[in-house]
Write a protein that binds this ligand. Structure first.
Ligand code: PGA
Length: 242
């Protein structure tokens, strides 16, 4: 299982260090699981320093698709890489809805991150309106096909299925909904030749629901927002299958 913490626009460098030191003291070695944290860009160095020599991986929440240049305000994959980061989150629903990121742009980011030797964690998921009008499968299929059209099938890739209506709302998708959507995602990944890529579920994952969801077929991990901000709840989710 992969347990990934999306800290969004929370935590200072000091809070980042404090959280990670406490987390490492509770989880000195992660033999069976992979843990990844996504702090804000400004806190990446604090995370890198604190996590040095540990098994916990980290990455940025967004990036640009060029190595360097006149791109004011963007995150450089090269910088993340030079600090030891391994992942970049791409196309989170907040990036899509608040910052207007479209599949076309995301496909360039996926390619660039892979070219740079890091792992893209591509987020996909339908809105409530799309689900209620029976379009979940269509939306998820389109997002995957378009955002992955420039990918390198030989390089690592991770997918996070996050129904938009379940993000930060406390409304977790039911086991049936998660199982069905993950099967659909797996089918599309198969059609695209990358069926081995892990599929994480995200959207109001909490210690109270993570064990049931973790047991589902095709659920290879979680992307956790709110519940990843406290060491105790994130730590409990990382123990979902024990
Ligand atoms: P949530 O966020 O766990 O707070 O719903 C998930 C996410 O945005 O990745």
């Amino acid at each position: 299982m992969i347990y990934a913490a999306n800290w969004k626009l929370y935590k200072t460098p000091t809070e980042t260090r404090d959280f990670l030191q406490k987390f490492l003291s509770l989880h000195p070695k992660e033999k069976h699981n992979e843990v990844v944290v996504f702090p804000t860009a400004i806190c990446l160095e604090a995370a890198a320093e604190t996590l040095k020599g540990s098994d916990v991986r980290w990455g940025a929440q967004n990036c640009y698709f060029e190595k360097q240049g006149a791109f004011t305000g963007e995150n450089s994959v090269d910088t993340v890489k030079s600090l030891g980061g391994q992942y970049i989150l791409i196309g989170h629903s907040e990036r899509r809805t608040l910052f207007g990121e479209m599949d076309e742009l995301l496909s360039k980011k996926v390619k660039f991150v892979q070219d740079m030797g890091l792992t893209p964690m591509l987020c996909i998921g339908e809105t409530l309106q799309e689900r209620e009008s029976g379009k979940t499968q269509e939306v998820v299929t389109r997002q995957l096909r378009q955002s992955l059209k420039l990918m390198d099938k030989q390089k690592p890739l991770t997918i996070a299925y996050e129904p938009v209506w379940a993000i930060g709302t406390g409304k977790v998708a039911s086991s049936e909904q998660v199982a069905e959507a993950h099967q659909q995602v797996r089918n599309v990944l198969k059609e695209l030749g990358v069926e081995k890529s892990p599929i994480l579920y995200g959207g109001s994952v909490k210690p109270q629901n993570s064990t049931e969801l973790a047991k589902l077929k095709n659920v290879d991990g979680f992307l956790i927002g709110g519940a990843s901000l406290e060491v105790d709840s994130f730590s409990a989710i990382c123990r979902s299958l024990f």
